[in-house]
Design a protein around this ligand. Structure first.
Ligand SMILES: [Ca+2]
Ligand SMILES: [Ca+2]
Length: 433
């Protein structure tokens, strides 16, 4: 029997069953600090070597109960000594063939823009007298590997394997050239998550890859500009990773636009924009909706090098605000991103006399027992408490007895969460009778 040595499994693909070559098998599970997924479940069984004969690691079990081999169970394999288990369909791909009987072959292909890695066809083979198994694993479909020459008018570039973790020691270079030589290239960031400080995407003007004078940005972590516009009809991208720790990677889209423009940077969530020109010298002015604070620059200008003078600002819910509107929305600061540590926020809702306030919770997720939201029936710190909330159980709606409500949000010095999203409305007292 072939020894299996060390094998590593990652991503969503179910590995074939594994048979140890000795009387022991060690599993080692490693995870990094990013992203939580379901994990894995596996079963094991001990069998005499004589029962297994040869053929190594790709065996699959039959229904024959007294001769079952270790099998990974999550997909629920259908077994029979003449039938292989359903090999499934690769994500972003297709399978031709649904006959899984011994001797039959199924074929795989990938959606456009993805490459097949593994076997294009697999055959259900007899492994021993009582076992049949596929000749290989189901292949995977992944984003085109690394780099290339791309042409306009538009397209998408992703890190290798996206949306699965990228490889270590990658060094990929893309050059984009417009189809219309009088135009320039606009690059927009859709997804971006690289190991901060160690894995980078460098974006530069023209086609002199690596030329420091042409570099617009060296990007890492999760922060990106709103967009990047070239000054010529070409732009280059270089993706480099070190030898440990991967991440999700990136997805950017490009499009050719007219010369002399910085491109549309968008409007911040919970904000508004004045000015609609994106050409050299044009200025945009941003404001946030009531109760939101502007973080960043109020005004940005389109510069001669086709770049905005700054990113568009963000609008973050204020930690203190008095609402005087009959209805509105109340969010934890930074919602739906995580709130901060050591916060003590106070919001008052003051509606028309002779009315009552109703609070409906759309979302609530806080560190249980350490971060709290309390709702008080009145405007004072010592007003009676209608409810105190923590954790992630969505509370039922609350109604005050009069026209003033006070909400207080307290967080401790560690661990944050998404926070809350509450809609308030008010009605005449008579409407509640
Ligand atoms: Ca890395
Ligand atoms: Ca906390």
């Amino acid at each position: 029997m072939r020894g299996i040595g060390k094998r590593r499994f990652t991503g969503p693909n179910l590995p074939s069953p594994i048979i140890s070559s000795k009387n022991w098998l060690r599993l080692h599970f490693t995870s990094d600090g990013n992203h939580k997924l379901r994990g894995f479940s596996a079963q094991y069984q001990v069998k005499k070597m004589s029962e297994l004969k040869s053929r190594g690691v790709k065996m699959l079990p039959s229904k024959d109960n007294h001769q079952k081999i270790s099998v990974l169970s999550q997909m629920g394999v259908a077994q029979g000594h003449n039938m292989c288990p359903d090999p499934g369909i690769p994500e972003r791909g297709k399978r031709k063939g649904s006959d899984f009987r011994r001797g039959s072959t199924v074929h795989f292909s990938c959606d456009e823009g993805y490459e097949l890695q593994g076997s294009k066809s697999i055959t259900c083979l007899r492994v021993t007298d009582s076992y049949v198994g596929w000749s290989d694993d189901r292949p995977i479909c992944r984003a085109p590997m690394c780099g290339g020459q791309l042409r306009g008018p538009s397209g998408i570039i992703t890190s290798p394997n996206f949306p699965v973790q990228y490889d270590n020691n990658a060094n990929c270079t893309w050059i984009i050239t417009t189809a219309d030589p009088s135009k320039v290239i606009k690059l927009t960031f859709e997804d971006f998550d690289l190991e901060r400080g160690y894995d980078t995407l460098t974006v530069g003007d023209g086609a002199s890859i690596g030329d420091q004078k042409t570099v617009f940005h060296v990007l890492s972590g999760t922060s990106t500009p709103d967009l990047v516009v070239s000054t010529s009809n070409q732009m280059w991208l270089n993706f480099k990773t070190d030898d440990t720790s991967g991440s999700l990677g990136f997805k950017v889209s490009y499009e050719e636009i007219d010369q002399g423009s910085c491109g549309d940077p968008g409007i911040p969530a919970y904000g508004k924009r004045e000015g609609s020109g994106f050409r050299h010298g044009d200025r945009l002015h941003f404001e946030c909706l009531p109760a939101f604070e502007l973080v960043g620059k109020k005004n940005i200008t389109c510069q001669k090098n086709n770049q905005w003078s700054a990113k568009k600002p963000g609008c973050v819910f204020s930690c203190f605000f008095n609402f005087t509107t009959p209805s509105g929305i109340l969010l934890s600061p930074n919602y739906p991103q995580e709130y901060g540590n050591n916060m003590h926020c106070v919001w008052l809702i003051i509606t028309k006399p002779e009315s009552r306030i109703n609070l409906a919770f759309n979302d609530l997720s806080m560190e249980k027992q350490f971060d709290f939201l309390s709702v008080k029936d009145g405007g004072k710190a010592e007003s009676p408490i209608l409810g105190t909330f923590s954790g992630d159980v969505l509370p039922s709606p609350i109604t005050t007895s009069a026209h003033v409500a006070r909400l207080e949000f307290l967080t401790d010095h560690t661990n944050t969460d998404r926070g809350f999203n509450i809609t308030f409305t008010s009605k005449n007292k008579a409407a509640f009778m």
